[in-house]
Write a protein that binds this ligand. Structure first.
Ligand code: ADP
Ligand code: MG
Length: 465
């Protein structure tokens, strides 16, 4: 039978090690701001890469014409086309298609992955309808959203620093991903130019700004997590080029790699990290993002199964399999509002092969989901407050003045679908900023902003301008 006293002790210990009191969150926000400064000061050797995106102008609304976008950054990739009609017409028409990436391509050869992507893109282009208009003699142009750390020297090219989020293809590291895609498009006989290489945060920022002029930062909470924001070019000591006309430069923080002694890291997180594809890296991401939350819960449940017979005398076999418990399943269990926690019971049975669980056992499962999800939301909020501090939007400064309206464009499946996480992000940001800034700082869901944003950047960096 279940050793309830041990279950309770393990859960209590978990709650303590995951605790995120405001004081701790402020330390995390401060550490984030400090690391931002460090990453802007020098190239390399810092946790935050603070990559210069070469985007010094965000969309204005004047963009016109037909543009494509391709979004690669997780388990799915998306292709999108949009007909832009300028200030009057705005987004005249848009269509997208989502394709899931066969897992074996994520750790195979570089050409195989890019050929798969280019062929899906070629098929999508072939389905272009009559209401999209490409002027005669012109090449189609594409905004390529590639959500992995890339070092750029222009808006139109960039070399891959490393793969994350379960991708691991050695041959691509150090290569220009635009050239890789261009060669694959050529092999497909697809005549298209990559006009802008961005990541999802930059795309979301661009799409967000198109719809709301007060957008200053973008955050992704999906399979992975990252953020981008608008920095003053003169506040980037490592910037060697000419100062851009706008005076601004968009920075891709790569905040998933943030780490700090103030982060509440548990034994489960350490084991997950040790056994991951990238031990020691992306520590913040491993505490926050959708790729990992379910896996953290699995590890805790596994310990309870082994040490306290939570699911009976034998350890359920499936519970031994890394990543079997996916975050959407965790979310479904966490949001179960039925009195006997039916959803939890069903999910445990269907996903983990654990049948006939008692209500008390189900309650423990929900409690663990709560602890892990809450920590995720609180830490993401602390990161956002760190950015607000860096750009001076965390308080009004002078007595009696107000923080200007500040919008954070948010995207990603975790924020979109995991209500307990998004609610925690929202209320924790408000709690941390206090009254003065609370009404001025807005987090806005920018649904599929990433695709349109990349197309907008392709438009503003068109070869025909
Ligand atoms: P990506 O980050 O791969 O570009 P998304 O932004 O769509 O893609 O995020 C997908 C991630 O969102 C999934 O990996 C999963 O972790 C999370 N997610 C998707 N659906 C849900 C859900 N219903 N509840 C909780 N998390 C979800
Ligand atoms: Mg995405």
């Amino acid at each position: 039978s279940v050793l309830w006293s041990h279950v309770e002790a393990v859960v209590r210990e978990l709650e303590e090690s995951c605790a995120t009191p405001i004081k701790k969150l402020r330390q995390v926000a401060d550490a984030m701001a400090v690391e931002m400064h460090a990453g802007l000061a020098s190239e390399g050797g810092t946790k935050l890469k603070m990559l210069i995106s070469y985007v010094d102008n965000l969309p204005t609304g004047d963009e016109t014409g037909l543009f494509y976008a391709l979004d690669l950054g997780g388990t799915n990739f998306r292709v999108l086309r949009v007909q832009l009609g300028g200030k009057e017409g705005r987004v005249v028409k848009q269509e997208f298609e989502e394709v899931s990436i066969p897992p074996q391509l994520m750790t195979g050869g570089s050409d195989e992955l890019f050929d798969f992507i280019a062929s899906a893109l070629a098929r999508f282009v072939a389905s272009e309808g009559e209401d999209y208009h490409l002027p005669v003699g012109r090449q189609r142009e594409l905004g390529f959203t590639f959500s992995f750390p890339v070092r750029q020297i222009s808006i139109g090219s960039g070399t891959l620093v490393k793969w994350t989020k379960g991708f691991n293809i050695d041959a691509t590291v150090g290569e220009d991903v635009v050239a890789e895609l261009a060669r694959a498009m050529e092999r497909q006989g697809l005549n298209m130019r990559v006009s802008a290489l961005v990541n999802d945060t930059i795309g979301t920022l661009a799409g967000g700004r198109y719809h709301d002029e007060d957008v200053v930062a973008a955050v992704i909470l999906g399979t992975g997590t990252n953020a981008a924001y608008v920095e003053r070019a003169e506040a980037i000591p490592k910037w060697r080029g000419l100062l851009p006309k706008s005076g601004d430069m968009v920075i891709n923080m790569e905040w998933g790699n943030f780490s700090s002694a103030h982060l509440p890291v548990t034994e489960y997180d350490r084991a997950l990290d040790d056994e991951s594809l990238n031990p020691g890296e992306q520590i913040y991401e491993k505490l926050i993002s959708g790729m990992y939350l379910g896996e953290i819960v699995r590890r805790i449940l596994l310990r309870l199964a082994k040490e306290a017979a939570l699911f009976g005398e034998t350890v359920p076999e499936k519970l031994l399999v890394p990543f079997v418990l996916r975050t959407p399943v965790m979310s479904a269990m966490h949001h179960d509002r039925s009195s006997d926690l039916d959803v939890v019971g069903t999910k445990l049975k269907d996903e983990l092969g654990i049948s006939s669980t008692s209500l008390r056992v189900r309650k423990v499962v929900v409690q663990i989901c709560e602890v892990v999800a809450r920590r995720s939301g609180c830490l993401a909020a602390a990161g956002i407050v760190g950015i607000m501090k860096k750009v001076g939007r965390d308080d009004a400064g002078e007595e009696g003045s107000r923080v200007p309206r500040t919008v954070i464009a948010m995207d990603g499946g975790l924020y979109e679908h995991y209500a307990m996480v998004s609610a925690t992000v929202q209320c924790t940001v408000k709690e941390m900023l206090g009254e003065e800034a609370t009404d001025s700082v807005v987090i806005k869901m920018a649904n599929d902003g990433s695709g349109v944003g990349a197309a907008l950047l392709a438009a503003s960096h068109s070869q025909y301008l």
